[in-house]
Design a protein around this ligand. Structure first.
Ligand code: UDP
Length: 327
């Protein structure tokens, strides 16, 4: 069987990617330093512990498995932290990715699937965000991801590295079979924090700003189910294996939900009240991030089947209540 090296395979999106890779007939090899991931989330292939900046360790892992492709998820990804500690984002995300890209090229592994973000677009309220939109990130998280996209372009020109770059909108939900799910410590994301507030693990959700220029004053995001998102990644590996070359794809549904709309959907799905309070805006947040592209559907054949808000919340809620979440 072919191997795929999955950096960050012990994390939220990476662990779901390993599950679908395995189902598609690949062996996912997780490369993770377990700084934010969990060894018990690595269920579908081997775990190789290591730092992205440890080139000797990366070389050893590439030599051992000779992967057909890399899926690069490992990264710091919190907007708030990126505003407070930008250096961490430049060191970890950019230096780590450079080391990984150089190791992949040296090993002759020229198929690279990269986890980028709609945060690279920044705040362009009113502009349709497709893959050709300008990238004007607002924070070191988005800037670090844009820098890695630039790196991939350079290494294609110099070494023939082929990349599929996915710019994710907001990822939510969990494996409906309950084998893996979302688990961050600390948790910073809207839906898991809301579910925590619903079942009393936290006193209340804080809504970050109600004075934005949107119909209800709260920020708008485009939410995509993690299972749909990782399905796109497997299609990305196949795209590269078929020799279709480098391509950028937005992964979103094109439908925006405000924070208050997500709260209302959570109330309806769980049939429980959502305790919340209104707080200040969070620095670095864009007003509205909604994908304006269907390229992934038309070119990759992506069919996002679970990315409606009720299903995402229901799957997240089932995982939340499963006990895994309390580890
Ligand atoms: N948000 C919020 N309260 C929270 C966490 C998030 O109001 O405790 C808002 C945040 O301002 C943004 C949306 O929820 O508008 C999604 O934030 P999240 O951190 O989940 O993802 P991001 O958009 O930063 O990737």
């Amino acid at each position: 069987m072919k191997h795929v090296l999955v950096t960050g395979g012990a994390g939220y999106i990476g662990s779901h990617a390993c599950k679908v890779l395995r189902a598609a007939g690949y062996v996912p090899v997780t490369y993770d330093n377990l700084s934010t991931g969990w060894a018990d989330a690595v269920k579908f292939g081997p775990l190789e512990r290591g730092e992205l900046t440890d080139r000797a360790r990366l070389d050893e892992v590439f030599a051992r498995y000779q992967p057909a492709a890399v899926m690069h998820f490992a990264a710091l990804s919190q907007v708030g932290e990126a505003m407070r500690e930008p250096g961490k984002y430049w060191h970890n995300n950019v230096t780590g990715s450079l080391s990984l890209i150089e190791a992949a090229v040296a090993a002759g592994c020229l198929n690279f699937v990269f986890s980028s973000t709609c945060a690279t677009y920044g705040d362009q309220d009113g502009v349709v965000l497709d893959e050709n939109s300008a990238q004007m990130p607002l924070n070191a998280y988005g800037k670090s991801k844009r820098a890695i996209e630039d790196m991939l372009v350079d290494f294609e020109a110099s070494h023939g590295l082929n990349s599929v770059i996915f710019r994710y909108f907001n990822v939510a939900g969990a494996d409906p079979e309950g084998e893996v799910g979302e688990f961050h410590r600390p948790e910073t994301h809207l839906i898991p924090l809301m579910l925590d507030a619903i079942d009393g693990k936290r006193p209340a959700l804080t809504v970050f700003g109600t004075d934005y220029d949107t119909p209800d004053g709260t920020c708008i995001r485009d939410y995509v189910h993690v299972m749909d998102l990782v399905d796109a990644h497997v299609l990305g590996v196949k795209w590269l294996e078929d020799g279709k070359g480098s391509r950028v794809f937005n992964l979103g549904t094109g439908k925006g939900f405000s924070v208050f709309e997500v709260i209302e959907n959570s109330r309806a799905v769980t049939n429980r009240a959502v305790p919340y309070e209104v707080g200040a805006r969070r620095a670095g947040d864009a007003v509205r991030l909604v994908s304006g592209s269907t390229r992934a559907e038309s070119e990759l054949g992506w069919r996002p089947a679970r990315s409606n808000m009720e299903t995402m919340i229901a799957d997240a809620w089932r995982w939340h209540q499963s006990g895994h979440y309390d580890r």
